[in-house]
Structures are given as structure tokens and as C-alpha cells.
Design a protein around this ligand. Sequence first.
Ligand SMILES: [Zn+2]
Length: 445
Amino acid sequence: MLISLTHKTFKALLFPALCEFHLKFVSYSTMSQPKRYFLNKLNDYGGEEISVSENEWKQKLLQVVNVIKERQPPRVHDADGGLYVGVGGIGYMFYFLSQSPLCSVEKADFVKKGLNYIDASLSYIDSHKGDHSQKSAFLLGYAGIYAVAAVLNNSAGNKEAAEKYLRKYIKAADNCMPVHYLRCGGDELLVGRAGYLSGALWLEKELGKGTIPPKIMKNLCDSMIQSGREYARKYKSPCPLMFAYYDTEYLGAAHGLSTILQMILTVPGYLQSDPKAEFDVRTSVDYLLNLQTASGNFPCATDELGRRARSESDELVHWCHGAPGVVYLMAKAYLHWKDEKYLQACIKCGDIVWNKGLLKKGPGICHGVAGNAYVFLLLYRLTNDKKYLHRAQAFAQFMFTSEFEKGARTPDCPFSLYEGWAGSACFLADLARPQSAAFPFLDVF
Ligand SMILES: [Zn+2]
């Protein structure tokens, strides 16, 4: 579902079958099966003690990593698509794994490998310098690559290089500061200000508070608030803050309202400093909350509300569109305002993900099984209820079954961070250490 533009340049990655992980996806009959997901025949939690074997999942993730290394080397011509589907996302995976206590033995090797992948992306940027629209884009553009290059170089002890890329990241904020800097809409997560802020917050987590000047984050929030108010007024939206991306008012994580609000909520001290902004943000969160369906999902966009709603058989339960992405906003709202209704919304998200979340689109975190399984790791951290650890592990095991092998489709970029196995590897590492699990760049804790 996510912008086909991104994938155009990545078509025809025709890899041979991968016996190690049975990634040899084949076509299958859809008779009596739902279109978008596998029927969940997994046992739900029955109150038993849950054990997650660190060693077992570590071995699995190392096998996944070996397949990625073998099938997707760090080639410059595979760097288009930023962290999202370009090889830079694999650089992020290596960095993420290098920071996990689970992979302390492999740490130095993973940092080195991560640098190889991110260097390919940096070379790609060097040969495409004229494209200003990509400068401040996080998941689909250059800023995300600079951020990952900064932390990898910092980890390798290359302080000068780390500072150089950090300066490039900070400078890129100038690009997305003007309220109307992108005609297609510059507030969302993949190319817009919300993405830039998610990267800024992540850099602060990795490199320490004060890494990004607080004024930059505050000014970006101001631009987003102004942009949302202006748009809402102009188009008479019932929501005080509304945004469009290519003329569609998306509501979910990838291009929509939920991650824009989440980032404004996450910037330290911002809402406390501006009560009017807090009022509008909270009213907007509640507007979105009221759109949650009886089964727990969220519509993709405002043009799918009321009579124009998708049928239940066609609804999207993806991180990019639907409950598995909006859940992070609701979790952040719960932690910020301590109102139980947001937690109840998260729990409802968890139920629809359990019922309809075994996606046929592949293993990835954007619209795949691992992305949906991350919802259970979030709920486990929020509630401490073992049911969610059980569900996360059950989804992980499903990714290695013959049912998934035969019935799932091969994503355009099968080893990438958001569509492919690189994101799944991050999920497996988080499953083995669930107390600190967080969806990439969307940590709410
Ligand atoms: Zn997606």
C-alpha cells in the first residue's frame, strides 16, 4: 500500500530461493482464505508460564542476518529508498543489533558491517546531491542516512566523522522548517517533519540529551501546529489539526495524523510550554480515538469514513495504515495524560492485530508480520501482561512455518528494513529482550 514510487527503482530483485529460511515464496490458492491475512489458528495465551529463549531467538536472528549479508550486499545502486527499502536500512539493523546485549560478542563486527552498508548509501547521496526535497526526509531521504552514519561512526570511535554527519543532520532542519516547504505535504513521517523529529529524538536517545538543539525541535513543532491549524481551517475539518499528503488526509503511521501528533507529544517540554497547542493536540488525539472501530482498527484516511468505510474483509491492519501504527500514538497519549481510555484503545488494537495481523504481504515491519508482532511487545511493556509476550512469540514462530513460507508474498525489497527481513531481525532481537523492545524510531517510553 505504501507509495509505489519508492519501489519502482527496486523492482526485479530476483534472488534465488533461500533454503535456510524457506524464503521461496510461491503462489497459492486464496479460496476460503481472507485476502490480506492468514487465519489465526495459533493458540492464544492460557495462563501458563511464558519463557522466551534468548539463545533460540539469537540463533534465528543470526541466520536471518547471514542470509541478508549473502543476498543483499551493500551496493550503491541498491541505496535508493533511504532507510525504508535502501541498503542504509540494513546499516541501521547492524547498528541496532550491535547495541543489543544479546549480540555483545558480535558487536564490533556488526558496527563494521553497518558502516559498509551506510557508506553505500552515503555514496549514493553524493551522486544525487541536487535533489533538495530529500535533504530533510528521514525514512525515505538523506537525513535518515546521516543520522545512522553519525551513530555508527560514533560507535566505531570515528568521532570526527560522527560529528560531520550530525552537523549535516542538524543543518537539514533548515530545509523543512518553513511551514509550506513541500507542496505535497511536509508534515508526515516518511519524508516530512514528523520523520525528521523521530530521527532527532532517536539521536538524542543514542548520543545523549542536547545532541539536537532544543530550539530546532520546538520550531519544527510550531511549524507542524501552524500547518495543521491552517489546513483544518481551510478544509473545515472537524479535527483542529489536520494534514494531507498528496491530497489525502491519512490517519495512520506512515503518512498520517497519528505519527505527526505522536512526535509533537514526544518532544520534551513542548506541550507544557504551549497550552493552546496542547489543547489542539489532545482534541486531535481524541478525534482519532473516536474513529476506532468496534473491532479495534483505525481507518486509513478521512475519505474512508462513514458510508465510505472499507468493508471488514478489505480493511488494512498494517503498521503503515491501521491499528498497528496508531497504537504508538495511543500508548504515548496514555503515558503522557495518564487517561485509561488511551490504554483501552491500545488493548483493542492488540486484539485486532491478533485476529487479523498474520499478514500475507511478508515478514517486514511496515506491512508484515514482524511489524504487527511489535504491537504485542509494546503492550507487554505497557501492561506487563504475559499474554502479549506469548502472542509476540507466536507471531515470530509463525514467520518460520511452512504455511507462511508457502502463502506469503515476496516483498519488492525482501531484505530491507521496512519491507523485508532486516526489520524482522530487529524484532527478533527485541523479542529476546522484551523489557526494552521498541519499534524502530518510535519508542514511546
Ligand atoms: Zn506498509
